[in-house]
Design a protein around this ligand. Structure first.
Ligand SMILES: *C/C=C(C)/C=C/C=C(C)/C=C/C1=C(C)CCCC1(C)C
Length: 250
């Protein structure tokens, strides 16, 4: 009994002994879990066309919560970055974020082919990024550059490609607001990930931070991009729902 308890507690002292990485895994798990519950429950407060967006936000944070549960334990037990879990999480949640972008622009005519291109680019970004993180010191800059090309393609789509053209041709203030927020998340929010990656040995920021701080960057970025972006969509959905209901009453 006693030995079982000790085994269960292995590594947990890292959290109370203020290992910042352990703490962010711990808080990250709770925050993702709470957000998923929130987005699922709040689906009933918004109009039909926003319900899918909130469902997707709930799925993104729910999937992340499960991964954070395992990543936290993996880190506590081994003190290593849970790279494989991290990339399984991203491979599921980043395409879902592309679906989120698509849903925002769909009422204004976004096409399925645009969604397909975004998902393809995100897979290129993640597969090459994973190879870069796991293949060792010699090639991680090269794989990082390839991954960045996938990332830049997504930035291009939002700023000058199909998504941007749609936004220009419609003069909806709601889409204008959504696009403005999307651009901020894609450029500022998503750029935290490549900065974290550059902390790897042999990469451009190596030595500036401890290698293990890669998880601090990723955990912070996940909170901003998964929970923050979900909340932003939620507030647009609530505002648009109120507007539509007022119009019906009047
Ligand atoms: C919820 C998870 C999200 C939004 C993850 C996004 C991940 C990226 C934007 C990762 C980008 C990378 C590069 C642009 C180059 C270096 C390798 C990556 C995979 C860290």
């Amino acid at each position: 009994m006693n030995t079982l308890l000790t085994a269960d507690l292995v590594g947990l002292d890292k959290i109370i002994n203020s290992d910042p990485i352990a703490i962010t895994f711990f808080i990250g798990y709770m925050a993702m879990f709470a957000s998923a519950v929130f987005f699922f429950v709040e689906r009933s407060s918004v109009d039909g066309k926003w319900k899918t967006s909130l469902l997707v936000s709930g799925l993104i944070t729910g999937i992340a919560a499960v991964h954070y549960y395992y990543m936290r334990d993996f880190y506590l037990e081994t003190g290593q970055s849970p790279t494989a879990f991290r990339y399984v999480d991203w491979t599921l949640t980043v395409p879902l974020m592309c679906v989120e972008f698509y849903l925002l622009t769909k009422p204004f005519g976004a096409k399925g082919s645009t969604l397909f291109k975004l998902i393809l680019a995100s897979l290129v970004m993640l597969i090459t990024g994973y190879i870069g993180e796991t293949s060792g010191i010699e090639n991680n800059i090269l794989w990082g550059i390839l991954s960045t090309l996938g990332y830049l393609y997504i930035v291009y789509e939002v700023f000058a490609g199909d998504v941007a053209k749609l936004a220009k041709s419609s003069d909806s203030p709601a889409l204008g607001q959504a696009m403005f927020l999307l651009k901020i998340f894609i450029t500022l929010g998503w750029s935290i990930y490549p900065i974290g990656y550059m902390v790897l040995p042999g990469n451009l920021l190596s030595g500036a931070f401890e290698v293990s701080s890669i998880d601090l960057f990723y955990n912070l970025a996940d909170a901003i991009n998964k929970i923050g972006f979900g909340l932003v969509i939620y507030s647009v959905a609530i505002a648009e729902t109120a507007k539509a209901r007022k119009a019906v009453v009047a």
